[in-house]
Structure formats: structure tokens, C-alpha cells
Design a protein around this ligand. Structure first.
Ligand SMILES: NC(=O)c1ccc[n+]([C@@H]2O[C@H](COP(=O)([O-])OP(=O)(O)OC[C@H]3O[C@@H](n4cnc5c(N)ncnc54)[C@H](O)[C@@H]3O)[C@@H](O)[C@H]2O)c1
Length: 255
């Protein structure tokens, strides 16, 4: 699908990889929707981008909020062509930690936001995509989910996070197969370590050490490189049902 003159929703679009994706697609002449809980940041980005950008406050985990966000997008922009799901949180808890066993509520929370939230966005947005007229290739929409290298090599303490991202990977193929008949493609990108606000809060020496663990290029990923791959996936009709690593060949160690 050509990524021009389209309507793009990015869940988690107010920060990091999602923000870079919003800016990339806005820069290519698309209308963009920043769906996020971070109101101040989201509104600021939307204001900066002008009339072709919209901020909607919603949690991906909430059925009604997500449906309202989809409705607002349709009211304002008339359609949805591309969905990118970036909303997510990290977790750092051992199964048997110093403070006791892994709290069940933190495990649940990570699964809710990263996995159930991704699914919630997919199901409600795809309902709208299915109403689009197909393009020359028969395409009605493209969905790109955000997984993680931790889905493959989860580190100690990442059990909830790795489980949520592994499940995203496992959703991609059955959804791609189901949506084949309506011309909606779905893929996931599994980033390694990227320079986002989450990571930039770490001390400089820790960031440098993290960057050195990436074989080549020997540095952290730049959010714009994520956006660039999202765009390639959108534009290349043959990429479907796949999880693509974007990680400079890093393979995470146990800790
Ligand atoms: N940064 C990395 O190195 C890295 C590596 C691998 C995977 N990822 C994944 O990429 C995605 C984006 O990460 P990032 O580093 O840009 O993080 P980030 O914290 O900069 O951005 C995440 C955004 O999601 C939003 N969000 C959180 N919960 C939400 C909810 N319930 N509903 C709506 N929005 C919500 C936050 O407000 C924030 O704006 C995440 O899924 C993360 O797991 C990041």
C-alpha cells in the first residue's frame, strides 16, 4: 500500500517509537492519529503537526475508550488505512525475587497493556479497515504491531514482558490468514534496543555500554529507523504474517 494520503493510527504515538512513526507518516503527507494516555505530550505533537494530526486520549486496554477513539478518527478523517501498535510497558520482576514471588497483578498488567491492548486495537480498527474499497492490489489496510527481541531472548526479570511480546508474535500468522480474504495485512517488528525516553533516563555510561552490545551498527537504534521499517512494511504488499527483527544482530544475554 502506498503510504501517502492515508489515515494512520499509532497507539502509543505520543512517545518514542510511536512518536517517530507519527512524525514519519505525517511528513509523507498522511493524516495521523496519536492515540495515547499521555495527553500533554500527545496534544503538543498534534498541534505541531497541524490540521492533518489528531490526538485522542484512550487506553488500549479499555473497550469503550478504544471504540470512542476509532469513532472520533472516522468522524474527523473518514477512514483508517494503517494501524501501528506501539503502546507498551516494560517489567522487571523475577518469578522468585528477593521481595517474594512475582506479583500477579504486575504480570496481569503487562499482559493487559502489551498483549490485550494490542489485540483490542487490532479488532476495533480492522472492523473499519474492512469497509475500505480495495486498492489496485486488493489491499484494504495494513497493521504493524510492536514486539521485542525479548520475545526471543527474554532476560532474567522479563518474564511478563517476554510472555506478552511472544504472544504478539504468535497472533500475527492466524490474523494474517484470517484477514487474507479481506485484504488486510498484519506483521510485527521486534526491535532490539532503541533510544527512546524509556531508555534515555538511564545514565550515559549505561547507555554507552548497552550500545556496545549491538554487533553492527555498534550503537542503539534510532526511533526513526523503526518508523522507516514500518513504512517499508506498509509499502511492500508481499510482507505478510511475519515478525521482523530490527536489532543490529543483537542477541540478548541472560542478564
Ligand atoms: N525502546 C526500546 O528499546 C524497545 C525495544 C523493544 C520493544 N519496544 C517496544 O516498543 C513499544 C514502544 O516503546 P517505547 O520505547 O517507544 O516506549 P515509550 O514509553 O517511549 O512509549 C510508549 C507509549 O505508550 C503509551 N502507553 C502506555 N500504556 C498505554 C495504554 N494503556 N494505552 C495507550 N497508550 C499507552 C505511553 O503513554 C507512551 O507514550 C513498546 O511496546 C515497547 O515494548 C521498545
Amino acid at each position: 500500500m502506498k503510504s501517502k494520503n492515508k489515515v494512520v493510527i499509532v497507539a502509543g504515538g505520543a512517545s518514542g517509537l510511536g512518536e517517530a512513526t507519527i512524525r514519519w507518516f505525517a511528513g509523507k503527507g498522511n493524516r495521523v492519529v496519536i492515540l495515547d494516555l499521555a495527553e500533554e505530550k500527545g496534544r503538543k505533537i498534534a498541534r505541531e503537526l497541524g490540521d492533518n494530526a489528531l490526538f485522542v486520549k484512550a487506553s488500549v486496554t479499555e473497550e469503550k475508550e478504544m471504540q470512542a477513539a476509532v469513532n472520533t478518527t472516522i468522524e474527523c478523517f473518514g477512514r483508517i488505512d494503517i494501524l501501528v501498535t506501539c503502546a507498551g510497558i516494560n517489567s522487571q520482576d523475577k518469578v522468585l525475587g528477593k521481595k517474594g514471588v512475582h506479583p500477579l497483578d504486575t504480570f496481569n498488567n503487562v499482559i493487559q497493556i502489551n498483549l490485550v491492548g494490542t489485540f483490542n486495537a487490532i479488532r476495533l480498527v480492522s472492523e473499519q479497515m474492512a469497509k475500505n474499497d480495495p486498492d489496485d492490489e486488493g489491499e484494504r489496510g495494513v497493521i504493524v504491531c510492536t514486539s521485542s527481541a525479548a520475545a526471543f531472548e527474554g532476560q532474567i526479570g522479563q518474564v511478563a514482558y517476554s510472555a506478552s511480546k511472544g504472544a504478539i508474535n504468535s497472533m500475527v500468522l492466524p490474523i494474517a490468514r484470517e484477514f487474507a480474504s479481506i485484504g488486510i495485512r498484519i506483521n510485527a517488528i521486534a526491535p532490539g534496543i532503541f533510544e527512546t525516553p524509556l531508555l534515555m533516563a538511564l545514565p550515559e555510561n549505561v547507555l554507552e555500554a548497552l550500545g556496545r552490545t549491538v554487533p553492527f551498527p555498534n550503537r542503539l537504534g534510532r526511533p526513526v529507523e523503526f518508523a522507516q521499517l514500518v513504512d517499508s512494511v506498509v509499502e511492500n504488499t508481499m510482507i505478510n504474517g511475519e515478525v521482523i527483527r530490527l536489532d543490529g544482530a543483537i542477541r540478548m544475554q541472560a542478564r
